[in-house]
Design a protein around this ligand. Structure first.
Ligand SMILES: Nc1ncnc2c1ncn2[C@@H]1O[C@H](COP(=O)(O)OP(=O)(O)O)[C@@H](O)[C@H]1O
Ligand SMILES: [Mg+2]
Length: 209
């Protein structure tokens, strides 16, 4: 005897058991690893906010990270490094080391600040001794890192700063290479940024109805 199979979209009535079996999917397995954060995008609306972000970066850092900054002139790369320096307790004023290429500062941990704007090619990078200080202890921050991104030892955090208005900047943090520790680092930065903004929003007069 042949059984007639009801159409799939029929209302009421039970679908034939063969169809149920075909549609059954294995239950979703819990992920083996927590989701890795490899990218975070934040928006800063003032130079002060960018400095605060830099300061928080330094507070969350272990002191052996490399931060590769990219973005056009005036994007706020040095501004971010000034915040880093403030949180490390560095008293010396921080400016772009465009002419000297590199400056080292002593703080809670050492800070090495590079500026690759004037480097013409890879041989310049080799002769300026980039490889030496990078293997030394401390936090390494590189302005104009996009010029030789492939020369930076992974894993590192790339920070692309894009001006989106007179005072607004989009900061895109991306972990280059696999590093659960750096993924946590940028996730913690994002969490801090969100809680800071929620707190500010809650305090804003006129928000309370
Ligand atoms: N949201 C912002 N973040 C960073 N800098 C900002 C911001 N808004 C305005 N600015 C201004 O932009 C300039 C950034 O300069 P700087 O940090 O030296 O840039 P870069 O090192 O990328 O060339 C500063 O004059 C700063 O006051
Ligand atoms: Mg600069």
């Amino acid at each position: 005897m042949r059984l007639s199979v009801p159409p799939v979209c029929s209302l009421g009535g039970e679908a034939p058991s063969r169809r149920r079996t075909l549609n059954r999917r294995p239950a979703a397995r819990p992920p083996q690893h927590p989701r890795a954060w490899s990218r975070v995008v934040l928006v800063s609306n003032s130079a002060g906010e960018t400095r605060a972000l830099g300061a928080q970066l330094a507070l969350l850092a272990s002191g052996d990270e490399t931060l590769a900054l990219s973005g056009p002139l005036g994007a706020g790369k040095t501004c971010l490094v000034q915040g880093v320096g403030r949180a490390l307790g560095i008293r010396r004023p921080i400016s772009s080391p465009s002419f000297v290429l590199m400056k080292r500062y002593r703080g809670r941990f050492p800070l090495t600040h590079w500026d690759w704007y004037r480097l013409a090619d890879r041989s310049d990078l080799e002769s300026c001794g980039f490889a030496d200080p990078q293997v030394g202890p401390g936090l390494v921050v590189i302005e104009w890192a996009e010029r030789f991104l492939d020369q930076i030892e992974r894993p590192f955090v790339q920070i692309e700063i894009t001006p989106t208005g007179r005072h607004s900047r989009r900061l895109r943090f991306q972990v280059r290479g696999r590093s659960p520790r750096l993924s946590r680092f940028i996730r913690d930065l994002r969490d801090w940024w969100v809680s800071r903004h929620c707190a500010e929003h809650a305090q804003r007069p006129g928000d309370a109805q």
